[in-house]
Design a protein around this ligand. Structure first.
Ligand code: PLP
Length: 463
């Protein structure tokens, strides 16, 4: 199957995402036959360590036996039913459990991350319209933000390579300075920089709050920007400012949710939650949020909208969800049909995807994953010291199960050459520009992490 004929068939039939297809004239596709744990295998049995969790989605390894078993069980019960007018067990259980974990309720499902962004933007706008504030139609995001690539999501994304071509199609949105500490002044702490950036957000909202519906932000880590990390103080400031100026705060945790930054949701690091999800706590999980909690109220500690996807199904099936407060929900609850949120996707709340998500949450609970990852990450961090000390490595940083750094003097084409050099060494690395990052499945073990570090060190010597 690795034969040129198969690859030619693939190239003729499949148009790949985020790819200039012509580059595959010289860059071979990697055909994958199977996966197990952190490993992907091609048809000749050659292994590749999936250091990017297959685009940040995989949490507990490929072909995880527990998720497989749950899906096989679900497959014989119900694969899918439309969610308008119908309901089923996996979607109800998942919604209740996500509510308990996040403190937000009213789960509205989509299929991909970008559809969650669209839902949150439309819901925010429609909330204000239903509340007699139809002039609140604008959105603000951070510089270098990434929120997906459908037309609405791209409008609040700020990555030139993805956005510029489509600019004439997009609705203008405002960007405020990112608190990503790589942009701090020399000697300025990440927190001071966050405070300085928050001042600019204040100035923006002072001027534009009347027409602004929402501020959308990736909590703690701006993934596509090259794993830009920032101080949680910025989230506290943003929450307070959004309250003060009556602007929604949309937390896009599509990449950082489900333990990636060390807490179940990155947001919790700004507003620590008293209830971490851990072993044996199933019976002690906090109650569903009370009516009227959260939204738009002074002193709220939750985002108004929380967008989740990627890791939600453990990397198995496309599923996304937007969670919000009673206040938002109530603004749509009315005799008038058009005041309702008349948005849908055919696969909304797909039963198989919800069941995979439930199996994923079971693993979090049964294995005490958040705590176990803390110990693992501390060990991995030690193991990564030689990288941190490498003369070409700058801005070495870590948040939970994400490590990233920039490579000095990286020649043009570094990302591609690093990808190819990684494959030769059995590593799936996919740098963003000159940023190399590790975002492995949580099941990676010490030996595998050491391989990742030593392989990356070798690559730095040769590129
Ligand atoms: C990946 C991502 C999205 C888009 O999700 P898709 O499933 O790729 O549409 C949105 N926001 C963030 C922060 C992401 O990392």
């Amino acid at each position: 199957m690795n034969n040129p004929d198969f690859l030619a068939r693939s190239l003729a039939a499949v148009w790949h995402p985020c790819t200039q297809m012509k580059q595959h004239e010289t860059l071979p596709l990697v055909p994958i036959a199977r996966g197990v744990g952190v490993w992907l295998y091609d048809f000749d049995g050659r292994p590749y360590l999936d250091a990017v969790s297959s685009w940040w989605v995989n949490l507990f390894g490929h072909c995880n036996p527990r998720i497989n078993a749950a899906l096989k069980d679900q497959l014989d019960k119900l694969e899918h039913v439309m969610l308008a007018g119908f309901t089923h067990q996996p979607v109800v259980e998942l919604s209740e459990r996500l509510s308990r974990l996040s403190g937000l309720g009213h789960c509205f499902y989509g299929s991909d991350g970008a559809s969650a962004t669209e839902i949150a933007l439309k819901m925010s706008f429609h909330y204000w319209r239903n509340s007699g504030r139809p002039e609140k139609t604008r959105f603000v995001s951070l510089q270098n933000a990434y929120h997906g690539e459908t037309v609405g999501a791209l409008s609040v994304t700020d990555v030139a390579l993805f956005k510029d071509t489509y600019a004439p199609l997009l609705r203008e949105s405002a960007q405020v300075p990112t608190p990503d500490w790589r942009y701090a002044e020399p000697g300025e702490s990440a927190r001071d920089f966050a405070l300085r950036c928050a001042k600019v957000l204040r100035e923006h909202l002072e001027q534009h709050h009347q027409e602004t519906a929402a501020f959308i932000i990736e909590p703690l880590v701006q993934g596509a920007a090259g794993m830009g990390m920032y101080d949680a103080e910025y989230l506290r400031q943003a929450r307070a400012l959004c309250d003060e100026f009556e602007v929604h705060l949309i937390a896009d945790e599509i990449a950082v949710g489900f333990g990636r930054t060390g807490t179940m949701f990155a947001w919790e690091q700004a507003f620590p939650s008293p209830q971490p999800l851990s072993r044996g706590e199933r019976g002690l999980i906090p109650p569903l949020p009370r009516a009227g909690e959260g939204l738009g109220e002074r002193g709220s500690t939750k985002p108004d909208f929380l967008c989740l996807s990627k890791g939600i199904t453990g990397g198995y099936l496309p599923l996304s969800v937007v969670m919000t407060t009673d206040t938002v929900y109530q603004a749509f609850y009315h005799d008038d049909t058009a005041r309702g949120f008349l948005h849908s996707h055919s696969y909304t709340g797909n039963a198989l995807a919800c069941r995979a998500a439930l199996a994923t949450l079971d693993i979090f609970e049964e294995d005490g994953v958040i705590e176990a990852n803390r110990a693992k990450a501390a060990f991995f961090h030690q193991a990564a010291v030689p990288l941190k000390a490498h003369p070409r490595v700058t801005n070495f940083r870590n948040a939970g199960m994400i490590w990233a750094f920039e490579v000095e003097d990286a020649a043009p084409g570094f990302a591609r050459r690093c990808f190819e050099a990684g494959l030769k060494r059995g590593l799936l690395l996919r740098p963003l520009g000159n940023t190399v990052y590790f975002m492995p499945p949580y099941v990676i073990n010490e030996e595998e992490f050491r391989m990742l570090v030593s392989g990356t060190l070798e690559i730095l010597e040769t590129l």
